[in-house]
Design a protein around this ligand. Structure first.
Ligand SMILES: Cc1ncc(COP(=O)(O)O)c(C=O)c1O
Length: 412
């Protein structure tokens, strides 16, 4: 990146706005449902609520709850909604963080400090996670110098036996995902909970993707297995508001079975000249807009609204599953929420994925085995047919190509 001088004089906002919109012309057309990664599109009404509610509190700072009781109140209400949806027992607690990585990092910090202070574990520490767990755990482990033991999967799911074998006295956390990102499948959390209870392990359920969709899909009649605080071994959970909660970006929730466990997460410092500083999450300054937008979207949708939106997501997934199966693809496992991965052995999957980009589709990939991967939003119920048509075209193109394409499995 080269240096560029800050303009010596300012530019009027209308001109800047036009230039920014010009920059965006090369972006993927997510409002048309052309992306199935990065953006959760619940339609223009929800987007409007996000924007206006964000703008109302964009300068306020969640770092100062005494100065902004409004944000404190909205955060408490959002956390309350999450705890109610995820069977938080009496005494459970939580906070809003900046995203899934923040929630996971802070849950790990709590688990680590709990191991050190409450259990007296000295020396090197480890976490045991299934191969499909999100890299946020590795990032947090790198920050805290914790060893990561990734265990093999069974039918694309966490294998509790393998995890039991990998855990030892220095294990500060075991993890299950609801669902995992690569396959969109809910790990056998009940068995992980039984393991956690029998060995006194800290089980974290990563429901960053599923926390705000699974409860509503269950209410709509799908038989979702228990995956949350209903299970006694679950000590902490991450659930992202900015994913299937359809809130503005920069908002997730991290929950604890008991406030006493959350207390291990809090950073409380006063050994400097600036006075005592207590921060619940990784951030110092916490954008008020992310909190206010989350509060507004959740109240705007309510149970009825979420059930309708999540019903559309499931409808999109079912249409795509049926369509890709008819085209000779195999769906990996039995997804129940909004993520799906599917593969075909007789075609170069990465080349198909790249061909789809030529038609404007920006979607995900899974690498084990090489598969196409979609993280669906309500809008996809309207474009599933168009996607399937373009998929059939892409497969034909790739099969008819003279030479194999060289494509790297990377989209970030
Ligand atoms: C299962 C899972 N956990 C955690 C994360 C990390 O969330 P974020 O990108 O908000 O940090 C993701 C992101 O896609 C995810 O899919």
């Amino acid at each position: 990146m080269t240096q560029s001088a800050l303009p010596s004089t300012g530019t009027p906002w209308p001109e800047l706005k036009a230039r920014m919109l010009g920059y965006a012309t090369g972006d993927v057309r997510w409002r048309d449902g052309k992306t199935a990664v990065y953006v959760f599109n619940a339609g223009p009404e929800v987007e409007q609520v996000q924007k206006e509610a964000y703008a109302l509190f964009q300068s306020e700072n969640g770092l100062g709850p005494a100065a902004f009781p409004s944000l404190k109140r909205m955060e408490a209400e959002v956390v309350g909604f999450g705890l109610a949806l995820l069977h938080g027992p009496e005494g459970a607690s939580g906070v809003i963080t900046s995203g899934g990585t923040d929630s996971i990092t802070m849950a790990m910090k709590a688990a680590r400090d709990h191991a050190r202070k409450a259990r007296g574990v000295a020396g090197p520490l480890n976490i045991v996670i299934p191969r499909s767990a999100h890299p946020a755990f590795d990032k947090a482990a790198a920050l805290m110098e914790i060893e990561v033991r990734r265990t093999p999967l069974k039918d694309y799911l966490a294998d509790p036996d393998a995890m039991a074998a990998a855990a030892d006295g220095a294990t500060v956390m075991v993890v299950g995902s609801a669902p995992n990102f690569p396959y969109g499948l809910i790990d056998p959390i009940a068995r992980l909970s039984a393991l956690a209870v029998s060995r006194d392990l800290w089980l974290h359920v990563d429901a960053c993707v599923g926390g705000y969709i699974a409860p509503f899909v269950r209410m709509n009649g799908t038989d979702i297995p228990p995956f949350d605080f209903e299970l006694p071994g679950v000590r902490s959970m991450s659930a992202d508001l900015h994913k299937y909660g359809y809130c503005a970006k920069g908002a997730s929730t991290v929950f604890f079975r008991d406030k006493a466990l959350q207390d291990f997460m809090t950073f409380d410092f006063k050994d400097w000249p600036g006075g005592r500083m207590v921060t619940p999450t990784l951030a110092g300054t916490r954008p008020g807009g992310a909190i206010s937008a989350a509060w507004a979207v959740m109240n705007f949708l309510g149970v009825e609204g979420y059930r309708a939106k999540q019903g559309e997501v499931v409808r999109a997934r079912e249409a795509i599953e049926a369509g890709v199966t008819a085209q000779g693809f195999a769906v990996l496992g039995r997804p129940q929420l909004g993520l799906v991965a599917f593969t075909r052995e007789d075609v170069d999957i990465l080349a198909v994925w790249a061909k789809l980009r030529e038609k404007g589709w920006f979607t995900g990939i899974t690498t084990e085995p090489k598969s196409l991967h979609l993280m669906l939003s309500p809008v996809h119920a309207q474009v599933a047919g168009a996607y399937l048509e373009d998929l059939a075209w892409a497969v034909d193109e790739v099969q008819g190509a003279a030479a194999p394409a060289q494509v790297e499995a990377r989209y970030s």
